[in-house]
Design a protein around this ligand. Structure first.
Ligand SMILES: [Zn+2]
Length: 409
């Protein structure tokens, strides 16, 4: 085995320690130097040296705090210009993401919600979670520059309310911004969650640098966000990309939107798990995905069938928009090639056989919670637009470089 020079191995070790320390601060938010030493296994002297270096490089901030009655040094990521908050509210889930102007995700959390959760109590939980997270990060409320809430339902872009009754039951035509703005006193935006999933992929994920692409969110229900010439296509009312409500069966069951036989009546948790009732008993979509990944043939069959169904509808959107790439996110994307391969195959079969450039299909880079990441990005970009400031280059880890703020059609 080749012997490395002492200086080479020392440099490599130092870089590994730096990366470990950075990741630990990023993951946990604010930690004292002693906690950092415990969490990383590095000596307190090494932690102290590396922290000093990161502070000189404008990556970390330090401040005095009290832990167990003793004075300690709290280490946090430097928040340039402020922080933004992304909130995702779905049928069964609440997620938040806190991001700074370097587009570093400072913190993200997901909480389960009861089916048919209520507007007031859910927003109250979201606000509490934001306040707790900001405190944990050692930040102040006045550092928040904007909040973007995205919901798993069509959003009217004029009223910023859930547009179609029945899809997120009880949330339609409710004022969603006021509870947040009264607590945080910052601009609050309401967006569709598939659009925000697309934004996360456009800025930090699989479609980074791609001007024309379609993001498809495949979970309990399907949504899409189309990017045309670098801009999110929202349409006149904000409902562009609602492919879950394309009719696939004229005689099919009634959809939550009131129409008949929409794609969402096919790609629906209750329906999909009911197909496995006889062989698998009672289960959830999460169980189905886990078992498909573990090789269960029945669950794998459901995933490939769903993949083909969604691809058939996505193909129509591709013919209309001629994108370079389709990025697939949501729970079904967690099955990887099991979903992606039949999806790409179906798209290729349905698009022009002699296409000049075959369509590129990628799995979303962001796991669950990417809608909250996209929302945080949206609030950040709106804020930097209004302040007339460009987003700075990322300071700590290699991520998205500065790009044009979100344009909206
Ligand atoms: Zn529908």
């Amino acid at each position: 085995m080749a012997q490395k020079t002492p200086s080479g191995s020392q440099t490599a070790l130092r870089e590994a320690n730096r990366a470990l320390l950075f990741e630990t601060v990023r993951k946990f938010g604010g930690l004292t130097q002693i906690e950092l030493s415990e969490a990383t296994g590095l000596s307190t002297a090494t932690v102290s040296n590396l922290v000093r270096q990161f502070v000189e490089e404008d990556v970390f901030d330090t401040r005095s705090t009290i832990r167990s009655g003793r004075r300690a040094t709290l280490v946090t990521l430097r928040r340039q210009l402020g922080i933004s908050i992304g909130v995702f509210i779905g049928k069964r889930e609440l997620a938040i993401c806190v991001m700074d102007f370097s587009r570093t995700i400072l913190s993200s959390h997901t909480l389960p919600l009861a089916l048919d959760h209520k507007v007031d109590s859910t927003i109250e939980r979201a606000i509490l979670l934001i306040e707790e997270t900001i405190t944990t990060l050692g930040a102040a409320l006045n550092e928040v520059v904007g909040i973007c809430l995205c919901v798993e339902a069509p959003v009217n872009k004029i009223t910023q309310q859930v547009a179609i009754p029945g899809i997120l039951r009880g949330w339609e035509n409710k004022e969603l911004r006021a509870p947040f703005s009264s607590v945080f006193n910052v601009p609050v935006y309401v967006q569709n969650s598939a659009h925000m999933g697309g934004l996360a992929e456009a800025r930090l994920g699989s479609a980074k640098g791609v001007e024309n692409f379609i993001y498809v969110h495949a979970s309990d229900g399907v949504g899409a966000g189309a990017f045309v010439n670098g801009a999110l296509l929202r349409g006149v009312t904000g409902l562009a990309g609602e492919i879950g409500h394309v009719q696939v069966d004229p005689l099919g069951p009634i959809c939550s939107c009131g129409n008949r036989g929409c794609l969402n009546t096919t790609v629906n948790e209750a329906r999909l798990v009911s197909l496995l009732n006889v062989t698998h008993g009672t289960m959830t979509l999460d169980d189905l995905i886990t078992m498909a990944n573990d090789g269960d043939p029945g669950c794998r069959r459901i995933v490939t069938d769903v993949s083909v169904r969604i691809a058939e509808v996505t193909a129509q959107l591709c013919i209309a928009l001629d994108p370079k790439m389709v990025v697939v996110g949501g729970k079904f994307a967690e099955t990887g090639d099991l979903f992606i391969e039949p999806f790409q195959e179906s798209l290729c079969r349905l698009l022009f056989p002699d296409a000049m450039t075959p369509i590129d299909v990628r799995r979303a880079q962001f796991p669950d919670g990417q809608q909250a990441v996209g929302s945080a990005l949206f609030a950040l970009e709106k804020s930097s637009l209004s302040a007339g400031t460009a987003l700075p280059e990322h300071a700590g880890v290699p991520q998205q470089s500065t790009s044009a703020p979100t344009k909206e059609h």
